[in-house]
Design a binder for this molecule. Structure first.
Ligand SMILES: Cc1cc2nc3c(=O)[nH]c(=O)nc-3n(C[C@H](O)[C@H](O)[C@H](O)COP(=O)(O)OP(=O)(O)OC[C@H]3O[C@@H](n4cnc5c(N)ncnc54)[C@H](O)[C@@H]3O)c2cc1C
Length: 339
């Protein structure tokens, strides 16, 4: 059983179903709503999910990074990444899981009880028995809490708003503002007919005020505000007994940018490859495999992220480093910045 039909839970359900397992996929809400994030991803996304025009909103050619002392362009001469329509993407992923044979049920996970050889799951509609339970239920993961697993080490609060433009947007690069947030950065991301402006702060700091300051400085209007938590720094254990976590529930995100789609999809595939519901000890292999694949990058990204906490005038090294960055630097692999 998989809890949460976000992109990671849907992908996990599909991957397990493809391997012949019968999977129930529980979702408490309306898939894709509320809007979960910006949807800016590297082309690596298509190593995990087939490319479909219906959810690809924009092709991106590089970035322009700004701070108080100037701006630096990076990768403007090539296709570097994509902006996905997150509502359409999340719905596509859930439909894909359903088409593969996952049994989708609109139910809220409430609690679990581990019994010999099974997990008894309580939802708002009844009780189920399952051999294996996957928590893909996002940053605040009810499964994580019920299983007694630790939460990720850091939570950022992301806020963003959309500004509609007259006619299609020509800008084909993203902008990063190092001086928009004391703890992170701000962004301006082009979509088909609007720009998204956003930033993140450490949970507990005033994100709305920071967005207002950012809007005043960069001259955009704040309309509807969307927001969400970005969990970072996975806890020591993401599996125990017959329960495991995947995606945001496990803190499998990039500390450098807050992106979680590619790492979560990667972890979901590793889970489907390694975990055998008949042999829960295989969960240890999942834990080892995903850490081997992602933890070095997460640690490297987190080391660089710490520079975001410096006073604004000390953030100049970001631009300095950017100018020296290799053309092969990859947005999902911070270690590539050091090569
Ligand atoms: C402001 C912001 C901007 C972002 N920008 C990007 C970006 O540009 N690129 C990128 O790669 N990532 C980005 N992210 C991160 C990305 O959105 C997440 O990493 C991604 O959504 C994680 O997917 P998930 O399936 O693990 O969790 P979620 O997308 O959170 O899905 C979890 C699902 O579980 C369901 N659920 C929760 N509790 C229960 C329950 N008790 N019972 C049943 N169902 C339940 C929820 O309704 C939800 O559908 C951003 C995040 C934020 C906040």
């Amino acid at each position: 059983m998989v809890v949460g039909a976000g992109p990671i839970g849907s992908h996990l359900a599909k991957e397990f179903t493809d391997r012949g397992h019968s999977v129930v996929l529980l979702e408490k809400g309306d898939v894709g709503k509320p809007l979960k994030g910006t949807g800016h991803v590297s082309a690596d996304i298509f190593n995990h999910v087939p490319r479909k025009d219906k959810f690809v909103e924009k092709e991106i050619h590089g970035a322009v990074v700004h701070n108080r002392f100037g701006s630096y362009s990076f990768g403007r001469d090539r296709l570097t990444s994509y902006v996905l329509d997150r509502v359409k993407f999340d719905r596509y992923m859930a439909d894909r899981a359903r088409r593969a044979g996952a049994d989708f049920r609109k139910e809220r996970f409430i609690d679990l009880e581990t019994k010999k050889g099974k997990v008894v799951v309580e939802t708002d509609s009844g009780k189920y028995e399952t051999k294996l339970l996957a928590g893909c239920d996002g940053p605040l993961s009810d499964v994580r809490v019920a299983a007694g697993l630790e939460k990720p080490g850091l939570f950022m609060h992301g806020v963003f708003t959309k500004q509609i433009e007259v006619g299609p947007i020509q800008q084909d690069y993203v902008e990063v503002f190092l001086d928009a947030s004391r703890d992170f950065f701000g962004w301006k991301v082009p979509e088909e007919e609007q720009f998204e402006y956003g930033l993140a702060v450490e949970l507990g700091n005033d994100s709305k005020k920071a967005l207002e300051r950012f809007a005043k400085k960069r001259g955009f209007h704040i309309g509807q505000i969307y927001s969400g938590l970005i969990p970072m720094l996975p806890p020591e254990k993401t599996a125990g007994g017959r329960v495991f976590l995947c995606g945001d529930a496990a803190g499998q995100t990039k500390p450098l940018s807050g992106g979680g789609l590619i790492y979560g999809l990667t972890a979901a595939e590793l889970a489907a490859e390694t975990v055998d519901p008949e042999r829960p000890t295989t969960l240890e292999q999942y834990e080892k495999r995903w850490r081997k694949e992602l933890m070095e990058e997460i640690k490297a990204g987190n080391s660089i992220r710490k520079f975001y906490g410096l006073p604004f005038f000390l953030r100049a090294p970001f631009l300095w480093a950017g100018k020296r960055m290799s053309k092969n630097a990859h947005m999902d692999r911070p270690t590539s910045l050091f090569h």
